[in-house]
Ligand binder design. Structure first.
Ligand SMILES: Nc1ncnc2c1ncn2[C@@H]1O[C@H](COP(=O)(O)OP(=O)(O)OP(=O)(O)O)[C@@H](O)[C@H]1O
Ligand SMILES: [Mg+2]
Ligand SMILES: [Zn+2]
Length: 317
């Protein structure tokens, strides 16, 4: 599990402001109640004193204090009952001035029983979806929506689907690079989105982007003055758990894009961080478009998976 630092910081800040908001709400309500029922302020003072006395008696742990603790507890309960009755007399619920939590389980700290609370995890996943670049695609392009009925070659495509679901299942240990190759409208983007969605739900930091946009980000970082600007935008393409490069080959190739692609592939191979790339180009076109240093890695280090059949976009019309 490795959500991006940026996302984690954002969610932590969000949780902190949630706690602050609830504390502010409690303070406002207390002020309201004290102004309408000043006696409650006196009760609260005594409640906090009895609470502290119980605590110090318990810590002292001496014989003979048991009776005193018992008395303090009784007084404490009595005060609470009195307080509730007073609140009710003015139409307030007895929990009106209690500290309220958005999530009772973790009291808005994001941790429950030593593990990340589900409220925190869900926010992480939601935010990671936004960052991944596929938040629009995932609504329609999931494994569930990937049908084999549309293909003539159901068996081959079925094997490809199995390969993709196993890829997600085994991602923690097997980090293959994949090159999806095939003509337009055959499901390459759909299947890579489905993989991304499932892996994000498992807690991985997956980034999806077209080759063109990835190189655009590298260009921007390369040509702008970066001093004092923090981490370059393109850094995420080198660091994420899985990078999905869509439409490789559709970009206008120049010496910069080739250098960026080489850097991405090489850096990620060295860090054992996989890439799934999709392309319309056949192997001959790939060789003529990219430098040997790139093609030797694409053909040597990537599992090539072929998509065949008829353009599903046409079938859908
Ligand atoms: N197996 C499938 N079941 C249902 N819908 C599918 C399937 N494969 C693809 N589609 C749908 O068909 C359309 C085209 O698929 P997709 O965009 O994945 O093709 P592609 O191979 O990436 O094409 P291109 O090379 O033009 O990018 C999309 O709307 C997609 O959701
Ligand atoms: Mg596509
Ligand atoms: Zn929670």
């Amino acid at each position: 599990m490795s959500f991006s630092k940026h996302v984690i910081n954002k969610i932590n800040e969000e949780f902190e402001s949630k706690r602050q908001r609830n504390e502010d709400l409690r303070d406002t309500r207390l002020a309201e109640v004290y102004s309408k029922l000043p006696e409650i302020k006196t009760i609260d003072k005594e409640l906090s004193q009895t609470g502290m006395s119980i605590m110090s008696c318990a810590l002292a742990g001496k014989d003979g204090l048991d009776e005193r603790i018992k008395n303090l507890r009784e007084r404490n309960l009595e005060l609470q009952r009195e307080r509730a009755i007073m609140l009710a007399s003015r139409g307030f619920d007895e929990s009106y001035t209690d500290l309220h939590y958005d999530c009772e389980l973790c009291q808005d700290y994001g941790v429950h029983n030593g593990k990340l609370c589900s409220c925190y995890k869900n926010r992480l996943i939601e935010e990671q979806f936004k960052l991944s670049g596929i938040s629009n695609l995932i609504k329609t392009q999931s494994f569930e929506a990937f049908s084999l009925d549309l293909y003539e070659n159901k068996e081959e495509m079925g094997q490809l689907l199995d390969y993709a679901t196993n890829y997600v299942r085994d991602f923690a240990t097997v980090k293959d690079n994949i090159l999806f190759v095939g003509g337009t409208g055959l499901g390459k983007t759909h299947l890579s989105t489905a993989i991304a969605k499932s892996l994000i739900e498992k807690g991985y930091n997956v980034i999806y982007e077209t080759a063109q946009n990835i190189f655009f980000d590298f260009d921007n970082d390369h040509f702008r003055d970066r001093f004092g600007d923090g981490e370059p935008v393109s850094q995420k393409y080198l660091d994420c758990d899985l990078l999905i490069i869509d439409d490789l080959g559709a970009e206008a190739v120049n010496s910069f894009t080739v250098a960026y692609l080489y850097n991405i592939i090489n850096t990620r191979l060295n860090k054992n961080l996989p890439i799934i790339a999709s392309t319309n180009l056949n192997s001959k076109e790939i060789r003529s478009k990219y430098h040997d240093r790139i093609t030797s890695r694409l053909f040597g280090e990537f599992n090539i998976k072929l998509f065949t059949g008829n353009d599903l976009r046409k079938l859908q019309k």
